[in-house]
Design a protein around this ligand. Sequence first.
Ligand code: ZN
Length: 156
Amino acid sequence: MFGISSWEITPAGRYKLLRTKVSKKGTCQTKYCTNPTVTERTTGGDVNRSQCYKCRSRENRANNPRKYAWRQLQASAKKRNIAFNLTIDQFKSLIAGTNYMEQKGKKAGCLQIDRIDQSGDYSLANCRVILAEENYQREIDRKAAAHNPCDDLNPF
Ligand SMILES: [Zn+2]
């Protein structure tokens, strides 16, 4: 039921999902959401939140978009077994002055984080923001350079 939930902006400028007027104990207070609330384990003990895990993370994502983008990059690096040595602050400085947050994506014209040395890690020294098409071309060139024609003849 997430499609119809809506947002408000608090006086402090934070995004907030609209809450229901009548709250049912143990049920997420986001309007139209019926998921159970999340219990968070903190150093001070278990804390019962008024929202479910999904709604909480949606609000966190909306309010910390750069942190979310950084986490996504980290997850994608991990999936591809690439060392990730970029702190959140370094990531913020890397994308500062670019339209990365507005334009990130996979299509032509979108911006991506490129590793300058493609065998290297994700680090401030080895990363830059480039256009997706440039990044794909680099990938094609890299694969072509790595291709060994003898492999084609190997029957095994
Ligand atoms: Zn919820």
